[in-house]
Design a protein around this ligand. Sequence first.
Ligand SMILES: [Zn+2]
Length: 119
Amino acid sequence: MRDPLNAQEMLRQNLHLVLHVLVPAAVAAAFYRDRFVRAFLVLVATMLVDLDHLLADPVYDPGRCSIGFHPLHSVPAIGAYAIAALWPRLRLIAIGLLIHMALDGVDCVWMANESSQSN
Ligand SMILES: [Zn+2]
């Protein structure tokens, strides 16, 4: 028999990955319709911010909250992305980074709920 919590964790991880593609696609379609492909590619490329996971040990831990743990997922970094969004030249990259942080944050809340249910 499969542990229902593991099934829920798999759902969370898969949904997280899908949202990292779907939300940028939706934002590009809504706000950058005239240059959708370029905007979508820039937004998806901001997933490179996860390269800061390479500094962590282990590099990937499905039960770890990224926000506040990895340097590019820290509160000061997120503040810098918000400020960068004020400049038109940096806006798209900053929006991509903020979407990423929001999705990672949702994941943290979900994980916190999962662990409080299992205790
Ligand atoms: Zn991340």
